[in-house]
Ligand binder design. Structure first.
Ligand code: GH3
Ligand code: MG
Ligand code: MG
Length: 322
């Protein structure tokens, strides 16, 4: 058996001075830091100031018994290990003490003083295991939290476009499918806006691809700021974006599209004066559910056609599906 850790604080409680001295002496010889109390009441006072990891207590003492003391201690400090000392006559009480959470019991008078050290050693080993267990549980909890955070970030990354930070094409398609199901079931409306940057090839040709990328990021931010949190903005691909507007009919969508068009026109994009229209502009096509289609591919096609018409009508404009 391993020796008791040096200087473990142990509280020894017995109304019999001789017994206190014997137990305190044996445990002190092992290098522990012993405090003694002559009654359960005194022990409670001492324990409340600073809890002890290990307590030896007699059962039969003045007014308050060792069992009452045990309950009080376990309530204050569940991890404290309590060893009950009893005479042969009250073995039943010892069993009751174990049921109340005592770690072990010693029967008085002691045949062998080594029994005291042995039981103390076992109790301390248990204390160490409990502490180690605690540490492992905390470590596991922290690891789980880190994992949860990492999963959240990964999940979010998987549905985002790397350049603009807005949703990607795949997430848009999934959201559109869900929106169709939802709107079908509840007879709701929703609209789609397809948006394409005007003459973007010219911008890239003049300022270079990296500057073009900056325009796309800035544009996404301008669009995002104009929308409600319930709207879904996604980069459809290249210099095209799509916006899903729940609970919005064609007229509502046209108003929002016009607001977006205006906001982009007003924004001072770097180098925009070289663009054919003197600024960075966008064209948009609007299609509404169920007016222009009841499935994703029809709606997408109608919005794209409307966008194409906006382009052919001169760009920097909004057009609804016919
Ligand atoms: P239109 O008004 O008809 O839309 O003219 P456009 O020049 O915008 O259309 P076109 O389809 O001819 O060219 C699109 C350009 O967008 C060409 C391509 O290099 C550019 N582009 C697409 N994706 C990106 C991107 O991620 N970054 C940059 N910088 N340019 C992109
Ligand atoms: Mg395009
Ligand atoms: Mg374009």
């Amino acid at each position: 058996m391993e020796a008791i850790n040096s200087s473990t604080r142990i509280l020894v409680v017995d109304d019999d001075l001789g017994m206190r001295m014997v137990i305190a002496g044996v445990l002190e010889d092992e290098g522990n830091d012993i405090t003694v109390a002559a009654s359960a009441e005194e022990a409670i006072k001492i324990f409340r100031k600073t809890p002890f990891p290990l307590v030896f207590t007699d059962i039969v003492m003045g007014e308050m018994s060792g069992i009452d003391l045990l309950r009080d201690i376990k309530q204050q400090s569940p991890e404290t290990q309590v060893i009950i000392m009893t005479s042969n006559a009250s073995l039943d009480t010892a069993v009751a003490a174990l049921r109340s959470g005592a770690y072990d019991y010693l029967i008085k008078p002691f045949d062998d003083l080594d029994l005291i050290t042995a039981v103390a050693n076992r109790a301390l080993e248990k204390l160490q295991l409990v502490a180690e267990n605690h540490r492992l549980v905390l470590e596991l909890k922290e690891k789980n939290e880190n994992l949860e955070r990492a999963n959240f970030v990964l999940k979010d990354l998987a549905i985002r476009d790397g350049l603009t930070g807005q949703y990607n094409h795949r997430h848009f398609q999934e959201s559109l499918a869900i929106e169709i199901l939802r709107s079908n079931r509840h007879e709701r409306r929703f609209s789609l806006i397809f948006l394409d940057v005007d003459n973007f090839k010219a911008y890239n040709d003049t300022h270079g691809h990296p500057a073009g990328d900056n325009v796309l990021s800035a544009l996404a931010e301008v669009l995002y700021q104009c929308l409600r949190r319930s709207d879904l903005l996604a980069r459809y691909g290249g210099e095209e974006f799509v916006i899903l507007l729940p609970e919005t009919d064609k007229e509502g969508a046209l108003q929002i599209a016009e607001k977006l068009r205006h906001a982009v026109e007003e924004h001072a994009f770097y180098g925009q004066e070289t663009q054919p229209l003197g600024k960075v502009t966008v064209s948009m096509g609007v299609a509404a559910y169920p007016e222009h289609g009841r499935d994703g591919s029809t709606l997408t096609k109608r919005a794209d056609e409307a966008l194409y018409h906006a382009k052919s009508q001169g760009r920097n404009r909004v057009n609804a599906a016919g």
